[in-house]
Design a protein around this ligand. Structure first.
Ligand SMILES: [Cu+2]
Length: 457
């Protein structure tokens, strides 16, 4: 019964973000375990209650009007994802687009009103044993997946793109989120929760997949990072101009075709992660020393993570558009992996408990403020240890001598794993004609400039 009370208390702020149909679903599902049967209604998901007061919350089941048994929905994230899922599978694309617009307008309006939302009520008996419905996952480096595993991941993303769920998630990373989940301590936690929920949505389609991480130091250590196999048709698709090869070929985003322009600028602000970046971060002990605005730039994970965003270019370089490129998921999984290494270092070497090391912050990054776009969570929830205890963990990044992938090789002198090069197209090969090696990049630059991506990282 403790869990039920918790669900109900957390259901309240949902109306602020969700469209009426979804909020209705969430509220009625949340009340399944209460003593009052939900009222019949004509909304998207109609539920017949199945509740036995003698059963524990974990044993309760429900059946919808079509006679389908719905899963146990005893945590906020289960209810939320189930309702999204129902909403999308039972509606058409126009409705899905309406949902996206609604969500964006709501978050933008909230931003304009600048309504303070601190002092969010928290349950005293905070449950620490949340488990995702699709079970525990292990995240591995993109190149450590077998070809079959990688294809399964790509297929799920394509399914989500088709049914609108991908874009819905991508549109959450927008508007007020550009400030409330960046530039402060909530950066780490918000993206952790976002990825975990996205991953859960993926696994409702194929429970075998998880989000791979892109260890961009493996590319940074190459002689020519721009030739990495990551930007080939077997992985993320081409890195310059409209993405027309690979699993995400010809994807369309709200600001135009999916477009990139990798390694377009030699400035230090446009680099991938370096091993030195990570080594520097691991010399700190307090979260405030690796987060904006308190950290020095060389230790600031938030600041450093902008490098790969800019390096990829196109949608990835825009705060409001980045999540429309699947590269976002893999890059942020790596940021989260670095944070997890840092948390382990805090425990082992610093005697600091990372769950209680949320830096002092007010305003949008205040610890108790509800997370934008991720109903049911407050900022400090992203710092809880249950994410990497109950939801997922990382397999260690590849190290020499065995880099564990046909796409990686151990550099014989420097003894670090580096990415192999992709097969360069004739267009990419240096040609005898003067200036033609840059034509592809110029073309890509022109295509990127066509996008109205707004504020950049
Ligand atoms: Cu972000």
């Amino acid at each position: 019964m403790v869990l039920c009370v918790f669900v109900i208390r957390y259901a309240t702020p949902l109306e602020n973000v969700l469209p009426p149909q979804l909020a209705d679903c969430v509220n009625r599902l949340s009340s399944l375990a209460s003593t009052t049967p939900p009222k019949a209604s004509g909304s998207v998901v109609d539920i017949n209650v199945l509740k036995d007061a003698n059963q524990s919350a974990a044993e309760q089941i429900a059946i919808d009007n079509a006679g389908t048994v719905i899963p146990i929905l005893n945590t906020p994230e289960n209810v939320y994802l189930y309702c999204i899922w129902q909403f999308f599978t039972k509606t058409d694309v126009d409705l899905a687009n309406g949902l996206i617009e609604f969500m964006v307008s709501q978050t933008d309006m909230k931003h304009l009103r600048n309504k303070p939302q601190y002092n969010h009520p928290r349950p005293n008996d905070y449950p620490r044993d949340w488990f995702p419905q699709t079970g525990f996952r292990i995240r591995r480096e993109y190149r450590q997946l077998s070809n079959g595993e990688r294809n399964a991941f790509h297929t799920v993303l394509r399914t989500m793109k088709t049914n609108g769920v991908y874009d819905m998630f991508a549109e959450l990373h927008k508007g007020i989120v550009t400030t409330s989940a960046h530039g402060g301590p909530n950066f780490l936690g918000w993206h952790r929760v976002y990825l975990a929920l996205f991953e859960e949505a993926m696994r409702r389609i194929d429970p075998s997949v998880s989000i791979p991480y892109w260890d961009s130091t493996l590319d940074m250590d190459m002689a020519k990072p721009e030739n990495t196999v990551v930007f080939s048709s077997e992985f993320l698709g081409n890195g310059r101009g409209h993405v027309t090869t690979g699993p995400f070929a010809n994807w369309v985003t709200p600001v135009g075709p999916l477009t990139r322009n990798i390694a377009a600028n030699s400035s230090v602000l446009f680099t991938l992660f370096t091993k030195e970046n990570i080594r520097m971060i691991m010399t700190r002990c307090q979260t405030r020393d690796i987060t904006s605005p308190t950290a020095l730039p060389e230790f600031d994970l938030d600041h450093l993570h902008g490098g790969p965003h800019r390096w990829v270019g196109g949608q990835m370089s825009g705060l409001n558009t980045a999540a429309h490129d699947p590269a976002f998921l893999l890059h942020h999984a790596f940021v989260d992996y670095i944070w997890e290494m840092f948390r382990n270092h805090q425990i082992q070497d610093c005697g600091v408990n990372p769950s209680f090391n949320y830096p002092e912050a007010t305003g949008q990054h205040a610890p108790e403020r509800p997370m934008d776009g991720l109903p049911g969570y407050v900022n400090i929830d992203g710092y809880q240890s249950y994410w990497t205890q109950n939801w997922y963990r990382y397999k260690r990044a590849p190290k020499c001598p065995n880099c564990g992938s046909p796409y990686l090789t151990c550099h014989p002198v420097r003894k670090v794993c580096i990415s192999i090069e992709r097969k360069l197209t004739p267009h990419e090969l240096p040609s005898l004609r003067l200036g033609s090696t840059e034509s592809l990049q110029d073309e890509a630059r022109a295509e990127v400039e066509m996008l109205n991506i707004g504020a950049t990282f």
